[in-house]
Write a protein of this length. Structure first.
Length: 760
């Protein structure tokens, strides 16, 4: 051992190994940096791929030739004029030409082939302004052919550009391929050299590792010897601690016996005639004796815990009765200090469980007493709720919160230590510093845990976590401590954050049929403002809204300083039923999730989950309305490909047949404008705008039962970012055709009156 303390060869070898390892580490870091740089350059070369651009150039030429062919067919008076096909070919070709205006690799490639590209694009603009009227405006076939014939020379004039772009791009790609091959060859040589160097470094590290393992084996043998010595010393210390605990337990019992006799005699003396001064002396002596007996009891409990002699006696206990008793005992102490003591029990907590009532009360008395001592102001809150952090092991959480001075991190770290009473600011309060240590020992003895959190200036929170062991219900269970806020079937005030008018009307009708009041906002920012100005019971939050989406709005509500607003139940509403969307909602702080179309059964299930069964019952008005509209769900016909009759019947029952017809008609008329916006998004190559339009259209169509429109909108939403322009244009055209077909199907199914659609 003495040689290990001096500068021996082993220490010198260890220093040398550290130095070699440090140098090797620096070399490895440099090699990794070099490899990353080479990899980045290689990726730049590989990502600069010309194939997609060449494909686009050839497709552009192909679309131009198709447009010329369709143009020529339109001028053929011997054939019927196919205006739709001509419009489609024209829109697709313009869309591909417009991609050359964006600052992308495609435009740069086109400029390298034709430096005068912008002048040609200006010519295309002039041509399109004239051609838009000739192709799309309503006119007779003869007038249209005349207009098309006047524009045909200009269209043919674009042929050299359309043919030159793919040929020039192919030539440019061949030149770049040669340069890429050279770059790849150079990087391959560098990578080979780096690999050889890394192999040499690995061999050197293997040699060093073998030597280090030899040294570690020697040190391990010495450590095992030392561990044996430490184990013997620990055994001796534990034996000494057990002997001390037994001594304290025996002494506490010996001292408690005469103290019980002393207290009994003091009580007898209190019943004899005494002078005023003697009564005062007796009261002081009794209080001192009670305090000393409490100290002895704590010492006895602490010694029993350390010696492992403390026994538990779990029995079936009514939790609400237990908390009432704690409240009854501690209320006078709280009132004497000018504090409010409030007890709250979560609705889902079972009434009867198995636990040691005496020990649980002992811990709660200690926690509540400490909270009252250190609060100084405000409210002391005792809460009981279920703890479900581990679903396989449910538990109970008793939490005591005060609004006192709080504790800093250093004080919080030692608050459970024996004889610890905090810093000087709180040490003036009476106590011996054993209460929390005993409370934690009791919690651990009951297979639980006692936790603490605190913020200086804002108060402290102590939580007793115990495993949940349900017990059979008693024949006459105790009355609950407090009636939950929504245990009665009173109407709820529900804030609906939804940007689509149709969805607002449908959800409002559902809430009205369930006997609740609906309040509406159309964006997330207004939802955050609304919960701060009015007390709502629930928020139904759409995820996709302007200004502020539902996820961010929920996060802002959860961060509000107002505790009631911040803990308000929030349920997500969206047409996305994917797992990752559900997880994002729960992570943001939402309580539950509803996918569109929202049915009354699903909404009622969520209300039952959050507020109990009474809040999910259909109101009398709702039942009579359903009965009156019972004929809505007629047998299915061939129209069900366009209209989901079950969803339509359900929504018609909620809104009433007349109101449903008005909402349906308004939606179909508004969708005509949506088609125009979709075409503009396709023409201007804006996939994000197209996706947003399709998502909104799909949500409203699902709520109204327009299954065909919803399916086409889903295809547009999914393919907006990656489908070719002509396929997207075809989907938009299908959506437009389904509008008229859906209107006719609704008339045949008696969902719309024939008079309202007669002019369509």
């Amino acid at each position: 051992m003495s040689q290990a303390l001096g500068p021996d060869p082993m220490r010198l070898r260890a220093s040398a190994l550290v130095a070699i390892a440090a140098i090797s580490g620096v070399v490895l870091v440099l090699l990794v940096v070099l490899q990353l740089q080479q990899l980045g350059r290689l990726n730049e070369v590989l990502e600069d791929e010309q194939a997609p651009r060449l494909v686009h150039m050839h497709r552009q030429l192909a679309e131009y030739l198709r447009l010329r062919e369709q143009w020529a067919l339109a001028l053929d008076e011997g054939r019927p004029l196919d205006e739709a096909a001509l419009s489609l070919r024209y829109e697709v070709w313009l869309g591909r030409v417009n991609l050359l205006r964006e600052d992308t690799g495609l435009r740069r490639l086109a400029l390298s082939v034709r430096p005068d590209l912008d002048q040609t694009l200006d010519a295309v603009d002039r041509f399109s302004r004239a051609a838009d009227a000739a192709v799309n405006e309503p006119m007779t076939a003869a007038r249209r052919r005349t207009a098309l014939a006047s524009l045909q020379p200009a269209l043919l004039g674009f042929a050299p550009l359309m043919r030159e772009l793919p040929l020039g791009a192919a030539h440019h790609a061949a030149q770049e391929q040669v340069a890429h091959d050279r770059t790849l060859s150079r990087y391959s040589r560098i990578a080979l050299a780096a690999t050889v160097l890394l192999a040499l470094m690995a061999a050197a590290f293997a040699v060093l590792a073998l030597r280090q393992m030899h040294l570690l084996r020697k040190r391990q043998a010495a450590a095992e010897t030392l561990a044996g010595e430490l184990a013997a010393a620990r055994h001796a210390a534990e034996s000494s601690s057990r002997a001390k605990s037994r001594f304290l337990a025996n002494m506490s019992h010996e001292i408690r016996t005469p103290f019980q006799g002393l207290l009994g005699m003091l009580r007898l003396l209190r019943d004899t005639p005494l002078e005023a001064r003697q009564v005062d002396y007796l009261r002081t002596a009794t209080e001192s004796a009670d305090h000393l007996l409490a100290v002895l009891t704590e010492v006895l409990d602490f010694s029993q815990l350390e010696a492992g002699h403390l026994q538990l006696h779990p029995t079936p206990v009514s939790l609400r009765r237990l908390l009432r008793e704690v409240d009854t005992v501690m209320q006078p102490q709280a009132q004497a200090r000018g504090l409010a003591l409030r007890v709250e029990v979560a609705q889902d907590v079972p009434d009867r469980v198995r636990l040691d009532e005496t020990r649980v009360k002992q811990v709660l008395f200690n926690l509540v007493s400490n909270a009252i001592k250190f609060a100084g102001r405000g409210v002391v809150l005792l809460e009981l709720r279920l703890q479900d952090a581990d679903p396989s092991r449910p538990g109970l959480e008793f939490a005591v919160t005060d609004q006192g001075a709080g504790m800093d991190a250093a004080t919080l770290a030692r608050v459970f230590d024996r004889f610890e009473r905090g810093d000087a600011a709180v040490a003036r309060v009476e106590g011996n510093g054993l209460g929390l240590a005993i409370a934690r020992g009791l919690a651990e003895r009951m297979d639980g845990e006692l936790q603490a959190s605190s913020t200086p200036g804002q108060g402290s929170r102590f939580s007793l976590l115990l495993p949940l062991e349900p017990a059979p219900e008693a024949e006459a269970p105790d009355a609950p401590l407090a009636t939950p806020e929504h245990d009665s079937p009173d109407a709820l005030d529900v804030l609906v954050a939804e940007d689509h008018a149709v969805n607002r009307q449908v959800i409002g009708g559902m809430l009205e049929s369930l006997g609740h009041r609906a309040h509406f906002v159309d964006n997330g920012a207004d939802a955050v403002a609304a919960v701060q100005t009015r007390a709502f019971d629930l928020v139904l939050m759409d995820l996709h809204m302007p200004e502020l989406d539902g996820i961010e709005a929920t996060q802002r509500i959860r961060a509000l300083p107002d505790r009631r607003a911040a803990t308000l139940p929030i349920v997500a509403l969206t047409a996305d039923a994917f797992t990752d969307t559900r997880e994002r909602c729960l992570v943001a702080g939402m309580n539950s999730f509803l996918s569109k179309p929202v049915g009354r059964e699903k909404l009622g299930a969520v209300l039952r989950q959050l507020f109990g069964s009474a809040c999910a019952q259909v109101s009398a008005a709702g039942r009579s309305e359903c009965a009156a509209a019972g004929g809505c769900a007629a047998g299915e016909t061939s129209e069900t490909a366009l209209i989901d009759t079950q969803v339509a019947a359900r929504t018609s029952r909620l809104l009433g047949a007349q109101r449903y017809a008005q909402v349906l008609q308004q939606h179909l008329e508004r969708s005509v404008e949506v088609v125009g916006s979709m075409r503009a998004a396709v023409r201007e190559a804006q996939p994000a705008a197209l996706r947003s339009l399709a998502h909104s259209a799909r949500g409203a169509a699902l709520e109204l039962g327009l299954a065909g429109l919803a399916a086409t909108a889903q295809a547009l939403e999914d393919g907006a970012a990656h489908l070719p322009a002509h396929e997207i244009a075809r989907l938009v055209q299908r959506f437009e055709e389904q509008l008229a077909a859906s209107s006719e199907a609704a008339i045949r199914l008696a969902l719309l009156p024939a008079t309202e659609s007669a002019g369509d």
